[in-house]
Design a protein around this ligand. Structure first.
Ligand code: HEM
Length: 74
């Protein structure tokens, strides 16, 4: 399910009159790339790796998100 977050809460594309006009295009591209990766790879988070938010304008991940990726078998 796709969860909607108000622009003033999820600020990466800005909000108000200066909101990014490429937001929908960028989100469509991200969904496309994510769906291709999820379809083709099995993704397993590394156990014990601590991840979380690093507060900034673009919401970096604090320590990245380390995973093991294996190509899915068909
Ligand atoms: C991950 C991708 C993107 C991010 C994080 C992003 C982020 C932003 C942000 C934060 C602003 C507001 C800047 C401000 O308040 O001064 C902005 C404005 C803008 N963005 Fe994006 N953007 C992205 C992709 C795109 C794409 C793909 C396009 C065009 C196809 C685009 C076109 C624009 C334009 C024209 C503005 C100026 C809007 C205005 O001031 O009226 N952006 N973007």
């Amino acid at each position: 399910m796709i969860k909607h977050e108000p622009s003033y809460k999820f600020l990466v594309f800005g909000a108000g009159p200066r909101i990014c006009i490429g937001k929908r295009m960028a989100l469509t591209q991200m969904k496309l790339v994510a769906s291709i990766i999820i379809q083709n790879y099995h993704i397993e988070p590394i156990e014990g790796h601590h991840h979380g938010y690093d507060l900034s304008m673009v919401l970096h991940m604090k320590n990245g998100f380390k995973v093991k990726m294996h190509r899915s078998k068909y």
